[in-house]
Design a protein around this ligand. Sequence first.
Ligand code: NAP
Length: 378
Amino acid sequence: MPSEQAVLDAHYMARAIELARRGLYTTHPNPRVGCVIVRDGQVVGEGWHVRAGEPHAEVHALRQAGELARGATAYVTLEPCSHHGRTPPCADALVSAGLARVVAAMQDPNPEVAGRGLKRLADVGIEVLSGVLEAESRALNPGFLKRMEHGVPFVRVKLAMSLDGRTAMASGESQWITGPAARSAVQRLRARSSVVLTGADSVLADGARMTVRAEQLGLDAETTTLALSRPPLRVLIDGRLRVPLDAPFFQAGPALVVTCAEGADVSVYQQHGHELLVVAAVDGHVDLAHLLQLLAARGTSEILVEAGPTLAGAFARQGLVDEYQLFVAAQFLGSSARPLLDWPLARMAEAPRLKIIEMRAVGDDWRVIAIPAPTASV
Ligand SMILES: NC(=O)c1ccc[n+]([C@@H]2O[C@H](COP(=O)([O-])OP(=O)(O)OC[C@H]3O[C@@H](n4cnc5c(N)ncnc54)[C@H](OP(=O)(O)O)[C@@H]3O)[C@@H](O)[C@H]2O)c1
């Protein structure tokens, strides 16, 4: 039986996590963080981090609590920061406000914090507890944590497929396999991502722009405004620079083009407001693993790969995918249609295992969320 205190701690931390979720679309490159301040069984302050450069969750909650913070308990979904970034350290703010107890869901893996925030609090006699609803808190920030712990972003691959696992007709035609509710869900995936990444053939075949569209987000007006205030960076993998600059993709705003083409003219893209990044080739294509490191160094936390079977297959084959979101439509596209992933496998023993973590109806379609299984079993 958990103690009464443990039950209360979990209750208030759940509320802090709920608040943190409000930053889903905006905190990039920062983590989503929520904070609740409780005194004598009453919530006296609540806050969440909205966007980088603006106050952290603790500061909002402390402002609301005012003098009532003295002797209270603060619940924070991530260890309070201890360093001067664009804002002063939150650990210092909690100390000044006279908190008696600070409960964190998890330590901050950011090397600039990494336990120092909690230590700062404990050093002045504040009671400190870490690890309350840690798994739920980790789920708020898969990208930030992957970047801090492994130096690469969290890679989510989205694909729309038919019940027979096909993603486009042989001609390349693929619009639309799934219905409006699924497309709306994909819009929200785009909006929460730091980067939306696609390939040259998808852009050429579909005229895709990879933008976030307000009317398709399916969010309330306030959240829509927030989401649109921080659009994801659109990244195009174009190994041989085949996509013309008058393509709809380039007309839709600034983009980052990644190529391994020799003699690429960076200035032409610059003149049109885009950035061209030339990286080394591996087997004649853009080195995806290296690209992920470069994007992480620019603060990219979550990447949504919205490409066809060739590029999505390349990510999958190289073990670069953290999560698959497969939208499944109740139709067959037939045996000449394109597969989910270009990934030829000869033997069952080579077939990668996945773990399905969620499966639910989205309009007339189904969404399957799967992650690579930790160890392949045959
Ligand atoms: N059902 C869906 O969810 C969905 C989503 C998007 C697109 N589609 C459909 O998929 C089709 C296009 O799919 P696709 O995969 O052929 O095109 P793609 O997604 O555009 O991928 C091709 C791009 O990936 C690069 N590439 C290929 N192999 C690579 C590797 N090993 N490493 C790094 N980069 C690599 C290519 O560059 P190089 O120049 O180096 O070859 C090219 O720029 C279209 O018919 C589209 O309608 C379906």
